[in-house]
Design a binder for this molecule. Structure first.
Ligand code: GUN
Ligand code: FE
Length: 424
């Protein structure tokens, strides 16, 4: 791995409320790790190659804490439905096709190509319940250079005949095979335990995968308190739990013993929030999906104030796009509606805060990731915002803000680095 320096207008989170900018400065990468940002190249790094992005915006790569790879194929369809009918009419029929590896090859090829060209450098992804297709997805993700967690789903109840595992034993056994195949096989791609959501998994299945998570030291992702219909269904299915999250927690699938990402958390009760805090559960805020399948607005101001761990998710295909810049804008917009319409004590989010969530907030799931701080893994994207021309002088912070709102990741992305390697 070569050591190098990136020159440009550098933007990074100093803390969750503050974007710091460094005009025409130098970010040093050695052994895949950031050595800091400097106004002048320090003497000890004088011999390193400089990748010159003068006049362009340089920022940490985007972190997508929640995306469904197999749903990429039908983005933008069925957006007039609520979650549970959308799952029945679109998600399940599409996902059933991944039993056929030639379909998976084609569809995951399109997905991997799309995320390769996006601003995303880190991703936590759902596959389908099919082990082989999910392993094929992992092969393709590895080729992108993006660092990802990829899950083979567990679904052994309340699912259509062609998208349901025949028993809890089969679901758990296939998951164990998946872990054995995938662990240690890749440099940048890791398996993750993925019960689809409580309605899809029997207690026996949850118990089995909870044990696997502990035995193999593998993390967990799922959905939580997303939509009123779903929350009511979980209450019926689990009458002996006080809140939705407890249905994961009682099987060791809620932040302990392994780190966990829960998508949505729109309707989390006080008790659920307290347990997420206690267990360090990551929340993947997915505002596009929450609008599209009519789930609601997650109280992110409250979560940030309580110091919960919050990142952003595209939730494709609940969300219509893999663009994390779009997710940042939507997070800002829905926070204003929440403040105006739902609770005027919850101040709208700021650009600094959504930028933090898209980088360092989600990045924490991966370790020291999402900022140009010394010791952080070196992930970066470069945006040539001269492609978004403007007549007036703007500060670097204003240019960043504008690039976020104007789709700079789609219109003006010119380079991407992950773990100190240029991947685009
Ligand atoms: N809950 C269970 N499955 C899904 C899914 O595929 N998408 C979303 N948004 N929520 C879910
Ligand atoms: Fe989802």
């Amino acid at each position: 791995m070569s050591d190098f320096i990136i020159r440009g207008d550098i933007c990074t989170s100093a803390d969750k409320k503050t974007i710091q900018t460094y005009e025409d400065s130098y970010a040093v990468c050695a052994d895949g790790v950031c050595k800091g940002v400097f106004a002048k190249i320090p003497e000890r790094y004088r011999d390193l190659t400089v990748h010159d992005y003068r006049g362009k915006l340089v920022m940490p790569g985007m972190v997508d804490l929640h995306i469904h790879a197999p749903q990429y194929a039908y983005r933008g369809l069925g957006m007039d439905m609520e979650l549970l009918s959308w799952l029945d009419h679109y998600a399940f029929p599409e996902e059933a096709k991944y039993r056929d590896l030639s379909y998976a090859e084609k569809a995951y090829g399109i997905f991997a190509d799309a995320v390769r060209h996006s601003a995303t450098t880190r991703m936590v992804a759902f596959g389908t319940l099919h082990r082989e297709a999910t392993e094929l997805l992992m092969d393709k993700m590895e080729d992108t250079g993006i660092v990802s967690f990829v899950g083979k789903l567990n679904m052994d109840r309340n699912s259509p005949d062609d998208l349901r595992e025949s028993s809890a034993e089969e679901s758990v056994a296939e998951t164990e095979l998946f872990l054995k195949d995938a662990l240690g096989r890749y440099r940048n791609t890791y398996p993750i335990i993925t019960p689809r959501f409580v309605p899809s998994c029997t207690d026996a299945c949850m118990e089995g995968i909870g044990k696997l998570s502990e035995r193999y030291g593998v993390r967990v992702q799922s959905h939580l308190s997303e939509n009123p219909g779903e929350v009511a269904w979980v209450r019926e299915l689990c009458p002996d739990t006080a809140f939705y999250g407890e249905a994961y927690d009682r099987f060791g699938l809620f932040g302990k013993p392994q780190q966990t990402v829960m998508a949505h958390c729109v309707y989390s009760s006080d008790e659920e929030i307290a347990l997420m805090k206690e267990n360090g559960v990551f929340i993947a805020h997915c505002p596009a999906s929450n609008m599209n399948v009519a789930s609601g607005i997650a109280p992110i101001r409250r979560y940030l104030d309580l110091d919960l761990r919050v990142g952003l998710g595209s939730d494709v295909a609940g969300g219509q796009t893999e663009s994390l810049f779009t997710a940042m804008v939507e997070a800002l917009q829905v926070s204003k509606l929440y403040w105006r319409i739902v609770d005027n004590s919850c101040k709208p989010l700021s650009v600094d805060e959504v930028f933090y969530m898209a980088t360092k907030g989600g990045g924490e799931f991966f370790g020291k990731v999402g900022a140009f701080t010394e010791g952080y893994e070196f992930d970066a994207i470069v945006i040539d915002d001269s492609r978004l021309p403007h007549p007036q002088e703007l500060s670097t912070k204003e240019r960043l803000e504008r690039a976020i709102y104007l789709g700079g990741d789609i219109k003006a992305l010119v380079a991407k680095y992950c773990r100190g390697k240029r991947i685009l």
